[in-house]
Design a protein around this ligand. Structure first.
Ligand code: SAH
Ligand code: SF4
Length: 381
């Protein structure tokens, strides 16, 4: 909650408004545990705070480590039993860069977009997260890092959910993260990723720069993007990129385009050409990411040689490209994987149907055929 909200609460109780500041400081400090530990407050106030508010909204966080301890995946249980995930990645300092600690957070439980290579998409939509539930993933990670003498340097909204379909809560969260009186992280250190919700992108453009915008592109041709990002039927790729270009031009901030590289599906020469043509001349950066293996798809990551060829083609048109390495594969760090595992295995026949459907639809897309039928979301749909 905001300082103003808490000040009003104290005023109504005839307590000095400055207590609000003391509470917020404690809430955001990485080493404080609960209201009772705020020793600057009278004990009755602490009791009343504890009755009126919750200290945290994520409980029973289960942690799993990977990459020799540099990747830490957290499965958080929310009040209503919903499971969400966040992933903390440590990048040690190098000769020309400082240490980074990046947290990947969720904005929804599940996701309605239903990208077939994404474990969250397979789960379907659960619900929007509240602002506190988004922020408590950050507080949880900051606390864990503090015990190791580290602090968070970057936050990316690349966990479960489509942030631009929960935009009000995401904007409130970003405001709290930016606020020097709360988390105090600069806008340049925050990235929000979208699968291409055009009205949301336009709304962000009107608001001005708040964070780096990442667009999950995956394919530049409509027939293929219809399969990989079903939202493409609503907002086709040309409209998405036009809105992103406008965002970059207005805010002066580079757009980050994400491409999950899937062998034989979107890593062809044809697709590299189409992407180079679509993006050249824009204020853009392209990240190529080998697909993380997820259950229930017939697909796997492109071989590194194919990814390098793809990158070279984009670079020929002057586009800056980075090839990202996967992190946390052994703990299923493609967001949604842990929660999907908990949901239990879908029926064998449903999995087989889905695989067959994905194979035929991606083969048709490669031939350039745009199917009129949308793929059903989830495995047992
Ligand atoms: N819904 C938003 C943000 C969350 S997904 C979006 O789609 O942009 C964050 C990123 O993870 C997206 O770029 C998404 O395409 C990618 N992703 C999902 N599943 C993946 C997988 N199995 N391997 C690699 N990247 C994946
Ligand atoms: Fe949703 Fe993003 Fe996963 Fe697509 S990739 S299903 S938009 S979380």
């Amino acid at each position: 909650m905001t300082l103003e909200f808490l000040e009003a609460w104290f005023r109504r109780r005839d307590e000095p408004a400055f207590r609000a500041r003391q509470v917020l400081d404690a809430v955001w400090r990485a080493d404080s545990r609960d209201f009772d530990a705020i020793s600057t407050l009278p004990s009755q106030t602490r009791v009343d705070l504890d009755r009126a508010f919750r200290w945290g909204t994520v409980a029973d966080t289960e942690l799993t480590l990977a990459d020799g301890g540099r990747t830490e995946k957290a499965l958080h249980r929310l009040d209503d039993g919903a499971l969400i995930e966040s992933v903390l990645m440590h990048y040690p300092a190098g000769p020309d860069r400082r240490e980074r600690n990046t947290l990947c957070i969720s904005s929804q439980a599940g996701c309605a977009v239903g990208c077939p290579f994404c474990a969250t998409g397979e789960l379907g939509f659960g619900r929007d997260l509240q602002t506190a539930e988004i922020l408590d993933q950050v507080r949880s990670a900051a606390r864990r890092l503090a015990t190791r003498g580290r602090r968070l340097t970057n936050i990316v909204f690349m966990g479960m959910g489509e942030p631009l379909l929960n935009l009000d809560r995401v904007l409130e969260s970003v405001a709290a993260l930016n606020d020097p009186g709360r988390f105090g992280l600069g806008a340049r250190h925050i990235t929000v990723s979208t699968s291409g919700v055009v009205p949301g992108i336009r709304r962000l453009t009107a608001l001005g720069p708040q964070f780096t915008l990442a667009v999950s592109l995956h394919a530049a041709r409509d027939p293929l993007r219809d399969v990989l990002v079903p939202l493409n039927r609503r907002w086709p790729v040309a409209e998405v990129v036009a809105a992103a270009r406008e965002h970059a031009a207005t805010t002066g901030r580079r757009i980050s385009y994400e491409v999950t590289m899937i062998e034989g599906v979107n890593d062809t020469e044809l697709d590299a050409d189409a992407m180079a043509v679509l993006l050249r001349g824009t204020l853009a950066h392209v990240n190529l990411i080998p697909m993380n293996p997820v259950a229930h798809t017939p697909w796997s990551a492109s071989p590194m040689a194919a990814i390098e060829r793809f990158a070279e083609r984009l670079r020929r048109d002057g586009l800056p490209v980075t090839i990202r390495r996967n992190r946390g594969q052994e703990v299923g760090a493609a967001c949604g994987q842990l929660a999907a595992d908990r949901a239990g295995a879908p029926p064998v026949a449903a999995v087989a149907r889905r695989r067959a459907l994905l194979e035929t639809s991606s083969a048709a897309a490669l031939r350039g055929e745009r199917s009129s039928e949308a793929l059903p979301v989830g495995v047992d749909a």
